[in-house]
Design a protein. Sequence first.
Lengths: 99, 605
Amino acid sequence: MKLKKLMARVSDFLDADSKTQLEEIKSIRKVLKELKSKERDLKDKIAQVPAKNTEDKEELQIKLDVIYAQRKKGLDRVKELKKLLQEKKRIKLQRASEL
Amino acid sequence: MLKKFTLPVVLLVLAYALWASADFMEIAAGVALFMFGMLCLEEGFKTFTGGTLETLLRKSTNRLWKSLSFGMVSTTLMQSSTLVSLITISFVSAEMITLAAGIGVIMGANIGTTTGAWLIAGLGLRVNIAAYAMPMLVFGVVFLMQKSKAMKGLGYLLMGAGFLFFGIHYMKEGFDAFQSAFDLSAYSMTGMQGVLLFTLIGMLVTVVMQSSHATLLIIITALATGQVSYENALALAIGANLGSAITTALGGLAANLGGRRLAAAHVVFNVITALVGILLINQLAWAVDQGAFLLGIGDEDYLLKLALFHTLFNVLGVILLAPFVNPLASQLVKRISYQKQAAETPLYLFPEALETPETAVDAVRKEVHHLFDNAYGLLAHGVSLKRATIDSEESLSEAVKYTRKIFPIDVENAYEEKIKSLHSEIVAFIAEAQARESNQSASEALYTLRQASRDLVEAVKGMKHLHNNLSRYGLSTNPAIRERYDLIRLQLARLLRDLRLLLDADPEDVSSLSLDALRVSLEKSSRKLLDDLDEMIRHRRLAASIATSVMNDESYVSDICNNLIDAVHTLLLPRLENQSDQLTLDKQEIKQLVDEEARDNGAES
């Protein structure tokens, strides 16, 4: 299933033009930046919650963990996109040299 | 009773008139063809607008001059103020543009529609346009028979123009022949009496024909053949304007609040313009003479002078009323206000909203939001908390802890009254919208909104089961049982508060990612509740029979929460036009995250 999903993504990526792909990277980066600032806010909030208020602290911690997971997913996706973009560039150059 | 007999009487009188006078038949056929042509043109433009007109309307109405220009240009191009008014009413009804912007568009359309008089007076009666009409009809039918939507649209446009031309031709012929038999000009009246009488006639003719364009055609043709005097023709033109406002008012009565306000604005605008026109008719006639001289229109060219009068008179209305658009809008908002309706009555599903796919989607989205509000109140009462408590910043755990009684609500009855009927209305409206012209994105949006409505229904259905056990065990004297049910109530109350905050938040601060934390929190607390329950059964602190009830109720609350999150996700979709959806955690990732946390907590303990 995972391989299928990956293959579908790769084929989508190869079909799309480089401009769209760069735009995708750019917009994910924008979201990542927003998530980073949310992460900072949450950390500040957690630090301000009194130690005995475990319930609130736990709720905030969940939000923080989710943001970590989302950021990780986003960073992985950017890495993957960049790698594919480089690969595409390499194939193009190779074709050009063959001609 | 009167309505029942009006149509047959009108038909009989019309049949007699057609039988008695061949000339009248020719004139009536001309009007019929002209009106049919307008219908065809409208249909053709509807095919082509497919989003363009709507996008333009949304983007170009943020300033008064822009709304005025939009109304003017679009009506000039399409020669149909009805189409522009209908779309504007649908946009104001769906709250996609403001009332003030809508008034601006209607004012602009009033000026735009005067170009019709120029076309009829300038071209229609000078050139043998019937000669152009025939090839248009032939090509129009050929295009109409094509499969492509664009071709069909073009076919409608050509046929529309063809029938319009034919209508003008027949009217002209009819009046020419009529003149030799009768001389209506003998009935012409001068002075204020004449102005008032002919304004009334113009208004009545427009109300009967439902088109000021058609009335103007009759006035211009009658004027060209000398059947009415120039002075009376001016009054008839004022009457045509008044009549079109009455037509819009009748249409607006069936619309929702926004539509009614806009229709009222149209009436106010046209009545004031007509009053000014009647009072200043001599001054306007003088201004027309001066304007005609400047434009090089001959002294005896009454047709073009009438067209000029029509334009000047509408421009004067706009100049007089444009500075008062915002005060007029706020007065209308104050006077035509919302009457408290039953919770099950749809607030946004009106026939006007079906005009375009965009407005239909927007109306359904707002109605699903309304359904969410109903479900929200019902679910809050279901867990025996006041809506105000959840909306406030009060501690929910304390509110739950200190609950003294379980609200004795009849969830089944409330479901039937507030949820099911509204859900049925939403489903019926979506079916109606899908039967009309639509595009792929609108169809998809309607599909997801129907699912969201269903999710809300499912959530309330879950409460029906949950409430039974809450009534039995919710305030149990056994602290262990009470504690379990308090947790269940708290879980739902917290989610309701979080969802409300998300829906009310600034669009900038909301992303689909915010819902992930709610899903994780839900999964985690449901897992904790079950773990605790296992332990209690093991230590015999809870009878297995009650424990299974708690487990069932936990499952109900979990389903309710998931349904609510899914519905809110759909409601938030228009605000999520970025890539953040890609980073949303799927079920697997959420489970993984909860597992990791459980492992961490286990290691810590």
